[in-house]
Every structure is written in structure tokens, then in C-alpha cells.
Design a protein around this ligand. Structure first.
Ligand SMILES: C[S@@+](CC[C@H](N)C(=O)[O-])C[C@H]1O[C@@H](n2cnc3c(N)ncnc32)[C@H](O)[C@@H]1O
Length: 303
């Protein structure tokens, strides 16, 4: 498969994280790609389409991706659609406006018009089409052929309340996954969470085929983390340890992904946060392999 432009339809849950996550996964799985466009709700890159599927499949903050067919103003949409060179087969068109843009546009009516423009060359089938053409209304209208859908519901099945051992301290699995993705770690890499708590990050890393390692100073958390891993049929090395001891305990790791305590005295065992963070950062730097990356969630005071 050659070099093709691929459009990523991003989730709107954060202004910059979805783009950063997609680019990090491409660096990890499809080196040599380059970015050719971005704007509200989308990213377009060009590169080896055969390798991009692996990057897309691991994403948490993208809805879907596929071959970019063209971009144009709203007034040129039907003309652009009529000139598309699509593979043979029936088609269904869907239109979505990004983040409340184009409130005046009836997206269903627009999808019908685009469908009409395609109908001379393709049967329209709204129930089981051979392909979905999607139009994303953002800074322009972007048309793409949907090739991969991210199953974002699977993340809901692993959220805190669905695990046998739970505590509200855990990140949502989508954010745990995105944090891991930002480290650019790959399947088979050793990835450590030295503040593993109930195991939200360790679970995602193990699911992604990494050699997941977790540690926590609290033995109850370590027991609970092991229980949660068993519940999902996953394996990981999980031990009781202070963050300062992880380099000696686990040796070199390719990546660290973690969310240290956010400041409630109970979760730091009364250690001052600044001291814990600087000890933690030094320890993570010592255990990371040269060139390895750490993804660390830190609290930012609003205002
Ligand atoms: C925000 S929670 C981590 C949540 C975790 N990602 C999860 O999915 O449940 C922070 C964790 O850091 C642990 N912790 C606090 N001080 C520590 C230390 N000095 N060394 C290692 N772990 C520590 C706490 O016991 C707590 O489980």
C-alpha cells in the first residue's frame, strides 16, 4: 500500500490532547508520516497507509479515521462529491458539524445532497453500505472514506465502577490509554506505573501487549490492582514499593505512565507534594532507558 492522506476525526474532549495522542501513535507505529493539515476536530497526515492502521487501533481520543478524499467550502461540496473517485460499491453519507459550528446547517439534508451527487456512480444504501463517506464540517468541509472506527464503548466497560476493586482516584480508561500513547511505547515494551493504585494504567498497558509493571506504596492498592488485572484476564508484575525504590526493584523500563497523588494528605502518607514529586521524577528518570519517555499527570490549579 502506498503513501496516502489519512484523516483522523478527533474527539472534542480536550483542545490539544487528541491531536498529540494521534501524532504520538503515528511516531510509534508509522514512522515517516508527515502532517498535512489540522483544525478543529481533525488531523490529516500522509504516510504509509499499511502501517497507519496499527496507530489508529490503539487510539482513545479519536472517533474514526480513513482516506482523506478532499476538502472544500460548503458551497462546493456537491461538486467535489460528484468528482470523487471511490472504489466500486454502495455508499452511505454522514455529515457532522464539529463543536457546534454551522448551527444553521441541516446535516441530514446535506448528507442527502451529497448522496445524490454520488448516486450516478454508486447505489445509496443507508443500512449496510459497502462504504461510508463522512463529511466533517470544520474550518472547511472535509470528506473522507471511513476505514476504521474506534470502539470507544470498550473503554466504558473498564471504567472504575466496572472493576472489582475500585476507588475514585483512578483516571478514566480513555485518559489512561492516551497517557500511555503519549509515551510512544509499543507492544512488547516494559512500561511502569510507579503510583499504580487500582491499576487503571497497568490494565491498559497490558491490553496493548506491553510488559506492564505497577507498584504502589499501599499494600491494599497492590492487592486490589492484582484483583482487577485477574478480573480482565491480564498479567502484569505488581509490587509494593515506594517510588524512590523502583529503579533497583524493576531495572530499566522503556516508558513510564503515571498519575501521582493529587494532594490529599492520606494518599501521600503525609509527605509534602513537592518533595514527593521531585523524588518521583528523579526516580523515574533513573529507571527510564535512554530516549524513553514518561507521561505524568500533574494537577494544575485553575485560575
Ligand atoms: C492518584 S493515585 C493513582 C491512581 C491509579 N492510576 C489508578 O488507576 O487507580 C496515586 C497513588 O499513589 C500512591 N502513592 C502515594 N505515595 C506513594 C509513594 N511514595 N510511592 C508509591 N506510591 C505512592 C497512593 O497509594 C495512590 O494509590
Amino acid at each position: 500500500m502506498g503513501s496516502l492522506p489519512i484523516l483522523f476525526e478527533l474527539s472534542g474532549e480536550h483542545p490539544t490532547l487528541p491531536t498529540a495522542e494521534a501524532l504520538a501513535c503515528l511516531r510509534a507505529e508509522a514512522p515517516g508520516f508527515h502532517q498535512i493539515g489540522s483544525g478543529p476536530g481533525y488531523l490529516i497526515v500522509k504516510g504509509d497507509a499499511g502501517r497507519m492502521g496499527r496507530a489508529v487501533d490503539r487510539l482513545a481520543l479519536t472517533h474514526r479515521a480513513g482516506r482523506h478524499l478532499g476538502s472544500c467550502g460548503l458551497d462546493a461540496l456537491e461538486r467535489t462529491a460528484a468528482g470523487l473517485d471511490l472504489p466500486p460499491g454502495s455508499v452511505c453519507v454522514r455529515v457532522r458539524a464539529v463543536q457546534g459550528l454551522y448551527p444553521e446547517v441541516d446535516t441530514y439534508a446535506l448528507a442527502r445532497k451529497v448522496g445524490n451527487a454520488l448516486s450516478s456512480a454508486h447505489a445509496i444504501d443507508l443500512t449496510s453500505p459497502a462504504m461510508y463517506v463522512r463529511v466533517l464540517l470544520s474550518d472547511e468541509a472535509h470528506l473522507f472514506l471511513v476505514e476504521r472506527e474506534i470502539d470507544r464503548r470498550s473503554f466504558e466497560q473498564r471504567k472504575v465502577a466496572e472493576r472489582p476493586f475500585f476507588s475514585p482516584i483512578s483516571l478514566h480508561p480513555r485518559y489512561a490509554r492516551a497517557l500511555i500513547n503519549l509515551t510512544e511505547a509499543r507492544a512488547g515494551d516494559r512500561l511502569l506505573d510507579p503510583f499504580c493504585g487500582t491499576g487503571g494504567i497497568v490494565i491498559e498497558a497490558a491490553l496493548m501487549g506491553m510488559k506492564a509493571i505497577g507498584s504502589d506504596i499501599d499494600p491494599a492498592m497492590v492487592d486490589g490492582c492484582r484483583r482487577n488485572l485477574r478480573h480482565f484476564g491480564l498479567e502484569a508484575e505488581v509490587e509494593v514499593a515506594d517510588v524512590g525504590d523502583v529503579p533497583e526493584m524493576f531495572g530499566e523500563v522503556a516508558a513510564v505512565a503515571t498519575d501521582p497523588p493529587y494532594g490529599r494528605a492520606a494518599s501521600t502518607r503525609k509527605e509534602d507534594l513537592d518533595t514527593l514529586y521531585s523524588r518521583g521524577m528523579r526516580s523515574m528518570a533513573r529507571t527510564l532507558a535512554p530516549g524513553g519517555r514518561a507521561g505524568v499527570v500533574l494537577p494544575i490549579e485553575a485560575g
